[in-house]
Every structure is written in C-alpha cells, then in structure tokens.
Design a protein around this ligand. Structure first.
Ligand SMILES: NC(=O)c1ccc[n+]([C@@H]2O[C@H](COP(=O)([O-])OP(=O)(O)OC[C@H]3O[C@@H](n4cnc5c(N)ncnc54)[C@H](OP(=O)(O)O)[C@@H]3O)[C@@H](O)[C@H]2O)c1
Length: 328
C-alpha cells in the first residue's frame, strides 16, 4: 500500500522561493528498497547547487541526500534490514527532504544505539566526506600539517575534530572571528581569516616556509589560486566543493609552474559505492563519535516547511556547524 506524505520539491531552478512543500505518494518499496519514516534530515550545500541548477537532475525533483529514521517496510530481497531498525544514510537518490521515503537498502547503514537520529542526520554526508578526505583521498599521518577552508562549517567542524584525533595540525580558514574561535574550540590548531588576511603569506609564516602537502578546498572559485600557492612541490589540491562558485578554465601549466602539483575533484559517492565500503567508512565515523572524539555541532534546526529559510541562511554564510530538519 502506498503512503501519502509531505515532501519538498522544485519544478524549476532558482532562489529559495522555488522550494515547495507538496503531497507525494510513496509506493511500496521495490525488491531492494526500504521505506523509512524519517526523524531528521540533513541540510547540505549540495542541496543549494541542485536548487540553483549548478548541478542538474531532471525536473521536477525533490532535494536532499542525508537523513535518519526508522524502517517501516522492506522490499522482498532485502536481508540486511527489518521493520523497526534505526537507519541512516548520507548518499541517496535525490529526495531526502520528506517525512517518508524509499531508499535502496545498499545505501543505508544501521545506526548504533548511542547515536541519535539528529546527530546521524548531521554527520552521515558530512562525516563520511571527512572520512574519505582524510583517510582515503590523502591518508593523513600524525604530525602532518594541512590547510582546510571553511573550517567552521558543517563539514569543517567535523574535520577539525577528526584532525585532532589523528594528531594532525589543521590550519583552517573562515570569514569571521566568531567562526575562527569555534573552529579553534573544535581542534583547529590555527585559523586565518581569508576575507581579510593574505592566506599564502600567513601560511608561509605559520609553517616556517614549508607550506603544506595537501589543501582541502570546498570554497572553489574564490580560493582556488590561493590554495595552489599554499602547496609544497608535488602537493595535492583536493577541490571538493563550490560554495563560492565552480572552478573553471583551469590552466594545467599553472600546476607545473607552482611545483608539479596534483589536483583531484572527488565526490563521496565514488568512495561509498558498495555496501561494504559504506559500512567500513561509517564504522570509522561511528567509532570516533561513540568515543566522544567527534561531537556533532547542530547550530541550526528547522521544520521541513522552513526549507527556504534554511537554504538561504546556509547560502548566506550565516551558519556554523551543521543544519538539520527535525521531523519528529
Ligand atoms: N565532494 C564531496 O564529496 C562533498 C561532500 C560534502 C560537502 N562538500 C562540499 O563541502 C562544502 C561544505 O559543505 P557544508 O554543507 O558543510 O557547508 P558549510 O561549510 O556549512 O557552509 C559553506 C561555508 O563556505 C564558506 N563560503 C566561502 N565562500 C562562500 C560563498 N561565496 N558563499 C557561501 N559560502 C561561502 C562559508 O564559511 P565562511 O563564512 O567561513 O567563509 C560557509 O559557511 C560545500 O562546498 C560542499 O559542496 C563536498
């Protein structure tokens, strides 16, 4: 039997006003799907890219990739989950902004008892991203120094704590003193205000002229050049987002001139594309959370009906830590 529920959808690309609450019918789960009654849904910058049309999916469509809740139905071939299980996910077909939804079972993990639905919705996409960035894209070693942009954001505050847990010196950037203080409290070793300071010059000072072997840059257009200037010869530029706009027209000669640099443009989906890889990454994240080494910082809570306000606030650089829709 299908279930009638409310979900946020867009019919066209545009500003926050295109986000509309609509009634949708969720069909019975297909053979490999589960149906989830969601308790909390995560808000991520990628949701804004889909709303504006920077990233595209056929219209009309829902929004969101991250959530947590209770399994209320399972498809006939699903063996890993049962009705009543607490589950979470950070990478799904688009459409997490909904009270009830179907999801491929391969994209969900069971949620340990010690982790709340809200915390799960604040960390599955963001925390799994930090897992692959720090443990797979470039496997950080104790004692290393890194540059991490937007360190007071949702991904950023998890990165600060994960770096501290690894014994890594994270030099972060942010746009205000309040954000810099917050990142320092969460484990950043030093902070640079990238709206007022010369980042490469300050980084050179902080590292006694050494620079860093890896830069994690999710800001994109406005930080691309400065990030390359912070890398050691043969360093790795990890460009994993576009909060200020997409990086375009890259001149490969620049990578040669700045020291035989490497560049990667990774996405979470490529690192969690099997249930085994997803589970292994989630296990590492859950272990750090259960040990108290990573505490989720949820500074903005909304109702699903407030999706426009939530996205406007995130796009306007007014948030710190994670933003979550609390549904129950
Ligand atoms: N590739 C992947 O697998 C992957 C996965 C997850 C997230 N991401 C990316 O990681 C980034 C962080 O995601 P999040 O959801 O945690 O967001 P967030 O960091 O909480 O918010 C974005 C932050 O970016 C900074 N920023 C700099 N220039 C900006 C501008 N022109 N407009 C808006 N913000 C600007 C702001 O911090 P300041 O005010 O301090 O500058 C802002 O708070 C996003 O770019 C996202 O797309 C990528």
């Amino acid at each position: 039997m299908s279930i009638l529920t409310q979900a946020v959808q867009i019919e066209q690309h545009g500003g926050p006003e295109v986000l509309k609450m609509v009634e949708v019918s969720v069909p019975e789960p297909s053979a490999n799907e589960i149906t989830i009654r969601q308790h909390a849904v995560g808000l991520n910058f990628i949701d804004i890219y889909y709303r504006t049309g920077l990233y595209k999916s056929p219209l009309p469509h829902g929004l969101g990739f991250e959530g947590a809740g209770e399994v209320i139905a399972v498809g006939k071939d699903v063996t890993r989950f049962q009705v009543g299980d607490r589950v979470a996910y950070g990478q799904s077909p688009i459409g997490a902004y909904a009270y009830v939804r179907n999801l491929p079972a391969a994209q969900a993990v069971k949620l340990p008892q010690g982790i709340s639905y809200e915390d799960a919705a604040a960390m599955m996409l963001k925390g799994l991203t930090v897992q692959y960035l720090f443990r797979q894209t470039y496997r950080l070693k104790e004692g290393e120094t890194i540059l991490f942009h937007a360190a007071a954001g949702g991904v950023g505050l998890i990165a600060c704590q994960w770096a501290r847990a690894l014994g890594v010196r994270l030099i972060g950037t942010a746009s205000s003193q309040k954000k810099m203080d917050l990142a320092l409290e969460h484990g950043a070793s030093e902070m640079i205000n990238y709206t007022t300071e010369d980042v490469p010059a300050r980084l050179l000072e902080l590292t006694d002229g050494q620079k860093v072997p890896v830069v994690y840059d999710s800001v994109g257009k406005s930080t691309w050049e400065m990030s390359l200037d912070c890398l050691q010869p043969r360093g790795l530029m990890v460009s994993f987002g576009n909060a200020s706009g997409a990086v375009e027209g890259v001149n490969l000669g620049t990578l040669a001139a700045k020291g035989s640099l490497y560049v990667t443009r990774p996405v979470l989906g490529a690192y969690t594309n099997t249930p085994e890889k997803l589970q292994a990454a989630a296990d590492e994240l859950f272990e750090l959370v259960l040990a108290g080494k990573i505490r989720l910082r949820i500074d903005q809570r909304y109702r699903l009906e407030e999706a426009a306000l939530a996205q406007e606030t995130l796009a306007g650089r007014q948030t710190t830590g994670a933003s979550v829709f609390s549904l129950i």
